[in-house]
Design a protein around this ligand. Structure first.
Ligand code: NDP
Ligand code: 2IT
Length: 455
């Protein structure tokens, strides 16, 4: 190993040892920080103005974490107790902003990794929004609509003390869509007697932005289009494997079909459906309706559409050109990455947050025939349109769908260009989108922190 490499790897080990010691057992958080530190420690060492300010140490310590009891009564009048969290990570460039996740398996480690990633993602959008994440160990799939309403109201009874249009603006994530945001917003309005943009992802009739629901998935495809153009490849006819069948997956699928690609898989936590000819728009609408409104499984969707269903399988074993993991963290591991590469896949873009394990990312980045984009760049369209919703609320105006779509496309292109600027190798090798996204997000956040003093 050459000298600079040895010095770098020892700095990385020292940094990670300290982080792991301070945050024991938080594997997802360690993983997200490690991925960023690999790119940033050498960058910081090369830039004097960043060197002695302990910036990465400061960025990896959240401003605060609020954890609280959420009590509510179910339809049988039994008392239920859950835990809610809000991780307010960094507000140096704008008020805290990030989704709420309702998932029985959610942990503080997961919410910390998501909040940490959100700081860089939000900085990349170019909008003035800081990073946060929150949620609860609550499973909306197991509860009736009235139970979900009472749970959201109970959660907001405490969350109200920590959020607000200039303080912290939550939105949706896994298990939290427009319905849940509606109940949360109603309770916020009722408790504060103020109609303000304290949440995004609201219904369009009460301050929500056009296209917020679609924004993450559409944004992924706008980003993929720019990646493919850079590679002189065409999306027309490209086979796209997508995981998940929720908000991000279905809207990524819709835009992929609009751009002429063939969506050959969708999945859920139980299994995967596969069809070589690809979904058409009508079939996708059926899948979305069955999954979303009727809580059907992908197995039932496959049955209805006459597609093949593979119990317990992930989409990464099928032949495809493009893979878009859009379900959850660590859903694509090193073996899956190898399978995708062996099958000729040439582009992976993360619709979900950290869906690829460290081994998978390493395998993609080692292969010159593969272009890989991390979630903090590729899925930033959702939070970007949340930022536009906040702007509309502050202006007391409503923008047209076309205007929001134009802005979304512009923002995704600018994120792509920022990644190329900082991650382009200039040697014919694929752009290192991970490095580009990490450095571009860091620069914006670091400059704001330096300018505002030691805090
Ligand atoms: P949804 O709740 O709408 O959908 C989640 C989907 O993922 C469901 O189809 C679910 O299947 C599937 N899923 C969940 N866990 C697993 C698992 N362990 N294995 C396989 N599939 C699983 O969530 P979203 O679409 O909103 O979010 C998906 C991802 O995108 C998350 O990583 C989220 O953080 C990220 N994201 C979301 C944004 C947004 O605006 N909503 C913005 C940016 C990123 P099942 O029905 O069986 O549970
Ligand atoms: O991961 C994410 O970027 C989101 N869940 C969206 C956050 C937001 O504030 O819209």
């Amino acid at each position: 190993m050459s000298e600079p490499h040895a010095a770098q790897s020892s700095a990385l080990n020292d940094f990670m040892d300290g982080l792991v010691r301070r945050n024991p057992g938080q594997d997802e958080f360690h993983q997200a920080v490690h991925e960023v530190a690999c790119d940033l420690l050498p960058f910081i060492a090369e830039h004097e103005k960043y060197r002695d300010a302990m910036l990465l140490e400061r960025m990896t310590e959240p401003d605060r974490i609020v954890s609280f009891r959420v009590c509510w009564t179910d339809d049988d009048n039994c008392v239920q107790v859950n835990r809610g969290w809000r991780v307010q990570f960094n507000n140096a460039i704008g008020p805290y902003k990030g989704g709420l996740r309702f998932d029985p398996e959610v942990t503080e480690s997961v919410l910390k990794f998501l909040g940490f990633e959100q700081c860089f993602k939000n900085a990349l959008t170019g909008l003035p929004i800081g990073g946060a994440k929150g949620g609860a160990n609550f499973d909306p799939k197991q509860h009736s609509d009235t139970e979900i309403m009472r749970f959201c109201q109970a959660l907001m009874n405490t969350l109200v003390h920590y959020v607000g249009p200039n303080q912290d603006i939550p939105a949706g994530d896994i298990g939290v869509g427009q319905r849940e945001i509606g109940y949360l917003f109603g309770q916020y309005r009722s408790l504060t007697r103020e109609f303000v943009g304290a949440l995004t992802g609201k219904g369009v009739s009460f301050g929500g932005s056009e296209l917020r629901t679609e924004a993450t998935g559409f944004g992924v495809l706008y980003f993929v289009k720019d990646m493919a153009e850079r590679l002189d490849r065409d999306l027309d006819g490209a086979r796209v494997a997508i995981s998940g069948a929720g908000n991000v997956a279905c809207h990524a699928a819709r835009k992929a079909i609009e751009l002429g690609a063939k969506v050959v898989t969708l999945s859920d936590s139980k299994g995967m459906m596969h069809g070589r000819d690809g979904l058409d728009a009508e079939q996708l609408a059926t899948a979305q309706r069955m999954k979303g409104e009727h809580r059907c499984s992908i197995e039932q969707v496959a049955d209805e559409l006459g597609w093949r269903y593979h119990e317990g399988a992930k989409p990464w074993g099928v032949e495809c050109d493009i893979a878009l993991p859009c379900a959850t963290q660590n859903e694509l591991d090193g073996d899956d990455a190898k399978r995708l590469l062996d099958n000729g896949c040439w582009l992976v873009a993360e619709g979900a947050n950290m869906p690829c394990t460290a081994e998978a990312v390493e395998a993609f980045q080692q292969d010159d025939a593969m272009s890989y984009a991390p979630g903090k760049a590729a899925n930033a369209g959702g939070v970007a349109v949340s930022g536009l919703e906040r702007a509309q609320n502050a202006q007391h105006l409503v923008w047209t769908r076309d205007r929001v779509d134009e802005e979304l496309q512009r923002i995704m292109r600018e994120i792509h260009d920022r990644c190329v600027r900082h991650g382009g190798n200039g040697d014919g090798r694929p752009v290192n989108y991970r490095k580009g996204a990490n450095i571009a997000g860091f620069e914006k956040l670091a400059d704001a922190m330096l300018a505002q003093g030691v805090l």
